[in-house]
Design a protein around this ligand. Sequence first.
Ligand SMILES: [Zn+2]
Length: 73
Amino acid sequence: MSVAKQLQKCPFCLEPIMAGATRCKHCQADLSEAGKTKTRLAKYRTFRVGFLSGLMFSLVLALLLYAHFVWNQ
Ligand SMILES: [Zn+2]
């Protein structure tokens, strides 16, 4: 299981290669820049998901507070 976890697909030839590899052993493609881009994109996606869930939570909380005050008048 741990071996499968350390594998990733080469973005050029789609062959399984070691995660974090800077050069594909199948097609010799340079993966150092592709890996950086992917990491940046993953960080952005994580940030966006966290931001959106926080926004949704705040909206629901505000709605609940608003309903609470309106119904208790
Ligand atoms: Zn490759």
